[in-house]
Structures are given as C-alpha cells and as structure tokens.
Design a protein around this ligand. Structure first.
Ligand SMILES: Nc1nc2c(c(=O)[nH]1)N[C@H]1C(S)=C(S)[C@@H](COP(=O)(O)OP(=O)(O)OC[C@H]3O[C@@H](n4cnc5c(=O)[nH]c(N)nc54)[C@H](O)[C@@H]3O)O[C@H]1N2
Ligand SMILES: Nc1nc2c(c(=O)[nH]1)N[C@H]1C(S)=C(S)[C@@H](COP(=O)(O)OP(=O)(O)OC[C@H]3O[C@@H](n4cnc5c(=O)[nH]c(N)nc54)[C@H](O)[C@@H]3O)O[C@H]1N2
Ligand code: SF4
Ligand SMILES: [Mo]
Length: 684
C-alpha cells in the first residue's frame, strides 16, 4: 500500500516549526519527513522528530486516564474511565473553589505544544471562567522579551532566510546545530559566499567547533561584553551617526554608560582578552551586512534582560538594521499578530466566581508557590504541556510541594513523567499528529495550520477537548466552550493586523504554510531599516537603567562567601537529541543529559577523569552525573546538558535540584545559568 501523504507541523518548542509530511497507511502513520517545499524546513527534520513515530506508538505512551493508588510520586495508578476522571476533577475543583476561593487553583503549562489552540485557548477560557490563579509563563524567554521591548518596543528580528546574505554571522549564546538546525543551511550558504561565523559562548559547543572563531565568555557577563563592544564602536566612531540621529534616543547616556567598559575592564569581567574585544567590535561594525543570531542562553542570568537590551542596541548603533542580511534575531514570534484575547478570553474572569482578574503566579518560583503562598494557598495544580518536576528550578522545593497530601494535582500528559507520578489524576493527551492546530514560529515568519494526520491513539484527547469536556462537567454553559477548533482559528486570524492580511483558514487549508505579510511578496523584511520602533518615543532607546552591569550573584565575581564554598559556575544548556525533558523516557537520552562537562584544570585537583561518577552539589541539592573531562568548557565552568527525567537518575533528581528561584532583572525569568556548585568524585 503506497499510503497517503498528509501535512502536519512539528509542535515542539523549537524555533524551526517544521512543515512535516506524514505518510499514513491504513490509519497508521508510517513515515515522517521534512517538507521539501517549505522555505525554512527545506526537506529535512532534526534527528529527534525524524524518529517521532516511535514516540507516538511507544509502549510507554499514556493511553487512558489514571487514578493514583500509591503514595504521591510513587507512580502507582489504576485505570479509570474518562467519565470517572472528569467527575473526580470537576468535583474536587468545585470543592476547592468553594472552600478556598478559585484562586487556590493553579494551572501550569508551558512548551508542550506550540500550537495556538493546544497551547492556549480552551484551557485559558476554562481557567478564566473558573477564576483560577493566572500563571506568569516566564520560564523560558520573558527576560529576553523585556530586554528587547524596553529597547525597541517590539520583538521582531531578521528572518532566517536573510542570514544567507550576511558577511559576518555572530551566533551569540545559541547552539544552532542542536536547537535551531534549520538556520544552519542559511549559514552554510553565507559562508560559501565568503561569510565568517563567530560564536560567543562559555561552551565550545558543536556550532562553535565549526565556527571561524569562538569567543569563550564567562557565563552571565554578556551585558559587560556588549557594553565593551559599544565602548570601542563609539570611541572609534564606527557608528552610523545618521541612523542614530534619526531613529534612536539617549546616545549621550549610552556614551556615559559605556565609558568605564574599556577593553581592559571588559576583559576582566568577561574572561575574553582586550584584543579579542577590540577585534570583535571593529569587525562587527565594519562588516556589512553583519547579523547576530542571539540565543536564549544569555538571558538565563541575573542581568538577563539587560544583556539582551545591550546586544539589541548593537545593530542600531551600526545601522545594520538597514541591510538585507543585517540586524539580529532573537525571536520572530512577535510577528504573529493573531487575536490572542479571542482565543484566551480573559474577559471570562468577570463571569467567574471571583468576578475580577485573578492573581498572577510566577511559574519560575513554583517551589515557593506550592510551599509558601498563603493567600489563599495553592490547593489544586493542573499541569499540561509541561513537566515542572523536571524543568522548574529548585527541584527539592518543587518536589516537596508536589508531595503535599492536601494538594490535588491533575496532569494531562503523553507519558508518565515525574510530574505525572505526583498526580491524583492523569489524563492522556494527544501528540501533534493527532489533533488540529494553528502554529506560529519563533525562528521564522511562516504561519501554518495542520489537520490531525491520524486519529488519537488509545483514549487520548487534545488539550482543547480535555478542557471543553471539563467545562461541561463543571456546568459552564457559556457558548465559548462550544467553539470548534475551526471557529477558534477563524477568531484568532481576525485580528485586523496587516501582517495577517488575506490569510484565512481556507487558504491555510490549501497551502498549509503562508508567509506573514511582513513585507511585500518577494522582498526582504527589514523591520527597522527606517526606524519603526514601537517604544513610546517611536525610537530605539539606548539609555536603559537595567543595563547597569553587576556580576551575577552566583558567579566568579558575585557573592564571595558562596563562591568560596561552591567554586564552580554551572550552566545547563539544551541537549542535542531531545527537547527539554520531552524525550526523557528514552534510555539513549540519558547518556547526554547524564553527563557533566568539566575542564581538565578543574578535574585534575578533584581526581576526576572521564567516565567517573561525580556528585555535583550546593546548598539546595545534589545530583550524580558522569564526568566528561574536556576543554570545551571554560575553567571554572561546568556544563550539564538539560534536562533529564529526574526519576531516571539514582537520586531521582536532575540539575534543577541545584538551580535557584532567583529571578532576572526584568520579566521575572529564572536564572538557570547562574548557579554556583561544587563537584566531587563519588562511587558509582
Ligand atoms: N535539541 C534541542 N532543541 C531545543 C531544545 C532542547 O531542549 N533540545 N529546547 C528548545 C527551547 S525550550 C529553547 S528556549 C531553545 C533555546 O535555544 P538556545 O537559545 O540555543 O539554547 P540555550 O541552551 O538556552 O542556550 C544556548 C547557548 O547559550 C550558552 N550559554 C549559557 N550561558 C551563557 C552565557 O552566559 N553567555 C553566553 N553568551 N552563552 C551562554 C550555552 O552554552 C548554549 O550553547 O531551544 C529549543 N530547541
Ligand atoms: N536546568 C535547566 N532547566 C530548564 C532549562 C534549561 O536550559 N536548564 N530550560 C528551560 C526552558 S527554556 C524551558 S522552555 C522549560 C521547558 O519546560 P517544559 O515546557 O515543561 O518542557 P518539556 O520538558 O519539553 O515538557 C513538555 C511536556 O509537555 C508534554 N506535551 C507535549 N504536547 C502536549 C499536548 O499536546 N498536551 C499535553 N497535555 N501535554 C503535551 C510532553 O509530553 C512533555 O512532557 O524548561 C526550562 N528548564
Ligand atoms: S524539533 Fe525543531 S527541527 Fe525538529 S522537526 Fe521539530 S521544528 Fe523541526
Ligand atoms: Mo525554552
């Protein structure tokens, strides 16, 4: 049987949002491949999704609702029907709302699905109608978002296709070959035409290995580097005076701010040499076009927003926004101006028992929310699209909270994660192949829509259908809970924004992927070539108070007493062949996420050699990993690819047992990559 080819879109939390062709034979998906006709997917998928069907049909997949029979966290359950599960959840949520007020209920979701519908539609309507606490979804990118918004008023960036025309590409705190593989062909094309590729990262990762030059920076010091680069650019008058005069504000203040960031001073802070800083500044300012691919690695630190703001100013300073193949990209997601309010319906809070906007709880301090918040305390937690027992910082506190007997926990999942182990009720969720959705991207400007390619496996339901069913069970008769997926897509597309002009569900049905109307067809998108900043002043703001540099508290130059006890700086960047904790059920992912990279100079005095079991610890917790001694990390820095399923390690903990709930300067983001630790050799 030849099978039928259907279109889908990869829903994983990855900038590439690939267009996927699914071969379906007799109702079963038998092959996935990248759509060769898609401008960014270009016919290939990453290794993890190329074998995604193994996940869809895995014997470990959750196929029906479960009720807890053992202790919290033990992972002991019995099968129950959907009817029984929905009854229990509705009854418990109603009871908790009545006794403690609906704000005692906390939804918790993040990046399981990048689809507009399954990422945030019926679920939000449900929790808004209930009057539940709102979740501040900060765990990934809000520091960077604030960094860009304070400077530019908006978060657009250079489209990936344009990188092919750059002459200098700076990959700054990103690991393209692991987390953004569809950018790579554009970089290859640029290099074929003579472009240089530079990387700035504390780790000489796969991308850095292939770069023309690698700048090995001390973690958490990118703000200092950006100020140092601007010092050189201003001192040597390498800036674009005309662009600055026309489109920016605060040049004088910026000049003052960067004055002390001489190459020598910046070198001391960042661990680079003064010569490296001067060369980088000159090359960046004098090469046209030069593009920066900024990753999220730089903003998981105390001055995360400040770092992103300062880096964001570089293309304004040099006028690089004017060039095709210039500018910078952190994210493109802001280009997708769908009507989110129509999807999420925050107005339903007025109809809830609360009758007003509910309190906001920061997801990055979940440990605190579950153990300290008391007005009212969190009595019910509803997790979907996320695995907080693995990904949230300060894991011991998070697990302590999840273990509370008086906390009613529901987890909608595809697999029995560590979080699901703590659940009272587990609900089986579909994968992106099994439901319909509309997709944005954070690494390109193509809007996509996909129908379900196959029927749901087992008794799985999509998030949309789970929350629709629950709303009915709770007795919500509002018409908003009857909207079909198609209707919600129509509502979201009707935003009136010019970027969505002419894009309808019917066209998406036919074409699957449509480039946003960010520029006229066939012309490149140059968001700030002629200003167009959306700050209050309409100009790019150069003088921002949060760009005051101070080393991260947990760093080499931070809290001296802490550094004395825990002398190594731990970063935990993304793995290569998984997606955060998503593929943690697979044995082969443990190899990478169970590894700690240690520099030979740090390994030697500790008697550590490659393959040794090591214990990494600080005042918050401890985890055992396998050492890999390499000079790919800086001295004084250890790197642990994240994030493993905690229960797959001996201590039932991963690196987040060590990370803190300290938040970033703006945006309330976590500071995962500013974390002091000690490492010692231990027995197996
Ligand atoms: N294979 C794979 N792909 C993924 C993911 C995954 O888990 N696996 N996760 C997805 C998600 S959720 C996201 S947010 C994106 C993120 O994608 P990236 O932005 O690429 O990811 P990060 O790993 O957070 O950080 C990137 C790099 O920053 C470096 N870094 C750490 N601290 C610093 C610092 O202080 N300064 C500088 N200059 N660099 C630093 C790290 O060593 C790492 O190489 O990737 C997505 N794609
Ligand atoms: N130490 C350390 N910690 C980190 C990071 C780090 O770099 N270092 N990165 C942080 C970042 S950037 C992020 S974004 C977060 C990621 O945090 P999460 O968004 O929690 O990421 P995942 O671990 O991928 O978990 C997503 C879960 O959603 C489930 N899922 C997928 N699709 C669906 C669906 O349609 N319905 C339902 N109900 N479930 C679904 C998957 O099975 C998976 O278990 O982790 C953060 N934690
Ligand atoms: S995870 Fe990223 S690279 Fe892999 S298929 Fe999905 S969108 Fe493409
Ligand atoms: Mo993320």
């Amino acid at each position: 049987m030849a099978g039928e080819v259907r279109h889908s879109t990869c829903a994983l939390d990855c900038p590439d949002a690939c267009s996927v062709l699914v071969t379906v034979e007799g109702g079963k998906a038998t092959r996935l491949r990248g759509n060769p006709e898609h401008a960014v997917t270009r016919g290939f998928l990453c290794a993890k999704v190329a074998k995604y069907l193994e996940r869809v049909y895995s014997g470990d997949r959750l196929l029906h609702p479960l009720r807890r029979t053992g202790a919290k966290g033990a992972g002991e359950f019995e099968r129950i029907s959907w009817d029984a599960a929905l009854d229990i959840v509705a009854e418990r949520l109603t009871g908790i709302a009545r006794e403690f007020g609906p704000e005692a209920i906390l939804p918790y979701s993040y990046g399981g699905s990048m689809g507009f519908l399954n990422g945030g539609s019926m679920d939000r309507r449900f929790f808004h109608r209930l009057g539940a606490s709102r979740l501040d979804r900060t765990i990934c990118s809000t520091a960077g978002m604030m960094g860009q918004v304070t400077a530019m008023g908006v978060r657009y960036g250079t489209e990936p296709e344009q990188f092919a025309q750059s002459k200098l590409i700076i990959v700054w705190g990103a690991n393209i070959l692991a987390t953004n593989v569809h950018m790579w062909p554009f970089i290859v094309e640029a290099r074929r035409r003579g472009a240089r590729l530079y990387t700035i990262d504390p780790v000489k990762n796969k991308t850095a290995m292939l770069a023309d030059r690698h700048f090995s920076i001390q973690p958490g010091t990118d703000l200092a580097l950006a100020l140092g680069l601007m010092h050189v650019i201003i001192r040597e008058a390498l800036y674009d005076a005309e662009y600055l005069a026309k489109h920016t504000n605060g040049f004088h203040g910026l000049k003052e701010r960067v004055r002390e960031f001489t190459p020598e001073h910046t070198a001391q802070l960042t661990g680079l040499t003064a010569d490296e800083i001067v060369t980088l500044a000159r090359e960046y300012a004098q090469t046209r076009p030069a593009a920066i691919r900024l990753g999220y690695g730089v903003q998981r630190t105390d001055r995360g927003a400040g770092s992103v703001s300062a880096i964001t100013l570089l293309p304004a300073l040099t006028g690089s926004w004017k060039d095709v193949g210039g500018g910078m990209q952190l994210s493109t997601s802001n280009g997708f101006h769908v009507n989110r309010a129509a999807l999420e319906r925050p107005d339903l809070q007025q109809r809830s028992a609360l009758g007003r906007e509910a309190r906001l709880i920061n997801m990055s301090t979940l440990g605190q929310a579950l153990t300290e918040v008391n007005d009212p305390p969190v009595k019910a937690l509803f997790v979907y699209n996320s695995n907080p027992a693995a990904v949230a910082p300060n894991q011991n506190r998070v697990h302590g909270g999840l273990r509370r007997e008086d906390l009613f926990t529901v987890v909608a999942e595809q697999f029995l994660t560590d979080t699901a182990d703590f659940a009272d009720i587990v609900l089986p969720a579909t994968t992106f192949l099994e439901h319909m959705d509309l997709y944005f991207a954070y690494g390109h400007y193509h809007l996509q829509m996909a129908q379900a390619a196959i029927e749901p496996v087992g008794e799985c339901r999509s998030n949309v259908e789970i929350f629709r069913a629950l709303a009915k069970r709770m007795g919500f008769t509002d018409p908003e809970f009857d909207d079909s997926s198609e209707a919600m897509i129509d509502q979201s597309l009707a935003s009136g924004h010019p970027y969505l002009e002419g894009i309808t569900r019917e066209r998406l049905e036919q074409d699957h992927s449509i480039r946003l109307k960010v520029s006229a067809e066939g012309t490149p998108f140059l968001p700030f070539a002629e200003g167009g900043f959306q700050t209050a002043s309409g100009k790019c703001e150069l003088d921002l108070a949060h760009m005051d540099y101070a080393p991260p508290v947990e760093s080499r130059l931070g809290d001296a007493a802490l550094k004395q006890r825990y002398p190594l700086e731990m970063i935990s960047p993304k793995n290569t062949d998984s997606m955060n904790s998503t593929f943690g059920y697979r044995k082969d992912t443990d190899e990478e996420t169970g590894t700690l990279f240690v520099h030979p100079e740090d390994a030697r005095p500790r008697g550590i050699t490659t393959g040794d079991a090591v214990r990494m610890f600080n005042g918050r917790g401890s985890v055992r990993l396998r050492a890999q001694v390499e000079d790919t990390v800086r001295t004084g820095v250890v790197s642990a690819p994240s994030t493993r399923w905690p229960k797959r390690s001996m201590d039932r903990r991963n690196v987040n047992a060590l990370t803190s709930e300290r938040l970033t300067d703006l945006g309330g983001g976590p500071t995962f990559y500013s974390c002091l630790v000690q490492v010692e050799k231990c027995g197996d």
